[in-house]
Design a protein around this ligand. Structure first.
Ligand SMILES: *Cc1c(COP(=O)(O)O)cnc(C)c1O
Length: 399
């Protein structure tokens, strides 16, 4: 069966809510994936950073197989022997007090919205139904109705209203704007340390430190969405560490399972997640033994195998190589660790064409918006792999 056969099947029976590159993959190992025609590619997207540990990491795979033989799902109506350990290990690793496990990233975001609103009413004393959450322009936090409702991307919202009230958007990277936007009814500030989907947008140095101080002073919960930036991607376990701050609530997902299974979590201090009482919130699959076992191994290998340090080292090396490219198409190259974006000039004709060119040379990348190519390989990438990729990237960007 060739590539076109699979594409035709998808097009005929599937909803067209994605526009993937026309490559049909059926195998992955480490940084590499293979298509149905046997071609090999270096995966420079890592499933939007869900496979930081590399494809089909053998230890995570073994855990999944072992756990599948024992017990997969109990629902939270009963307890399981994995959940408490995942809590403990996540808390110890991230210096958190409490954990609430969910499945997708969007569910973690929805969960924190509920938690900080309830915190606002029960702890801060905001009048009923007045709680306000501040978000940033060009945010990406997922695709549910509440979340797209506070997106500033018209396409994410077009045709999907009406939306939930209670959100206010301010410019990203502008601490003064946050200060001005806070009112007595503000309960939380939800922000990505680096805006990934917006095109790897980095805030000015000191931003997280400033917003940390502002939230502290105004009694507003600082919520960092580290679903993409977390778990080693930027060269630290959490991106907040670059500025030595600690959020009140941190959201993780994606690489939390190393790409085997959807697992997300809300990590917080006692005060915020402490507002949930039995029956307030739940999920059939959230915190299931399979998810917990897989996550425990996924975070263990991340630490044990030095992936966070490797992301820092290889990211710096890769960034310096990219900055040496002399190309008439490049406007800016930016990034932290292995979260790197190349912004092309408008006259370059869009990032999609370059991604097609890179695919033809064995590199899988995805454009974000019109003009940014994102490079986010698995965190196990080596210098030799980067050198191999650089030859190809340079030729596509200078052709
Ligand atoms: C991917 C992502 C989400 C949503 O995660 P899903 O698992 O796709 O629901 C939320 N926030 C950020 C920053 C993300 O990158």
């Amino acid at each position: 069966m060739n590539t076109q056969h699979y594409i035709d099947l998808e097009n005929r029976f599937g909803a067209h809510n994605y526009k993937p590159l026309d490559v049909v993959l059926n195998r992955g190992e480490g940084i590499w994936v293979w298509d149905v025609d046997g071609n090999r590619y270096l995966d420079f997207l890592s499933a939007y950073s869900a496979v930081n540990q590399g494809h089909c990491h053998p230890k995570i795979m073994q855990t999944m197989i072992d756990q599948a033989r024992k017990l997969t799902l109990t629902s939270r109506a009963f307890r399981n022997d994995q959940l408490g350990y995942l809590y403990k290990e996540l808390c110890e690793m991230t210096n958190s007090h409490k954990v609430l496990p969910m499945n997708s990233g969007a569910e973690a975001v929805e969960t924190v919205i509920k938690a900080v609103r309830k915190w606002g009413y029960k702890v801060k004393g905001v009048p009923e139904n007045q709680a306000e959450i501040i978000v940033c322009e060009n945010n990406f936090h997922g695709r549910t109705i509440a979340i797209v409702g506070f997106s500033t991307d018209e396409q994410y919202k077009d045709g999907f209203g009406p939306f939930a009230p209670g959100f206010k958007a301010i410019p990203f990277g502008d601490a003064r704007a946050l200060e001005n936007a806070i009112t007595p009814d503000t309960v939380g500030f939800l922000v990505e340390p680096i805006q990934g989907e917006a095109g790897v947008i980095m805030p000015p140095e000191g931003y997280l430190k400033d917003v940390r101080a502002i939230c502290e002073k105004q009694n507003v919960i600082l919520i960092l969405d580290e679903i993409q930036t977390g778990l080693g991607r930027t060269g630290k376990l959490l991106a907040e560490e670059h500025e030595g701050v600690e959020a009140d609530v941190t959201l993780v997902g994606k690489a939390l399972s190393g790409g085997f299974y959807p697992v997300s979590a809300v990590l917080s201090n006692t005060e915020v997640l402490g507002v949930f009482m039995p029956g307030d919130h739940g999920s059939t699959f959230g915190g299931n033994p399979m998810a917990c076992a897989v996550s425990r191994t996924a975070i263990r290998v991340l630490m044990e195998e030095g992936m966070v340090e490797n992301a820092a080292e290889m990211g710096a090396y890769f960034l310096s190589c990219l900055k040496d490219i002399r190309s008439p198409y490049i406007r800016e190259i930016r990034g932290k660790g292995l979260m790197i974006g190349i912004e092309l000039l408008p006259e370059a004709g869009g990032a999609r064409g370059f991604c097609e060119g890179l695919k033809a040379k064995g590199l899988l990348c995805k454009e974000t918006h019109e003009n940014v190519i994102r490079f986010a390989p698995p965190l196990i990438i080596t210098k030799a792999d980067i050198d191999w990729a650089m030859e190809r990237i340079e030729s596509v960007l200078t052709e």
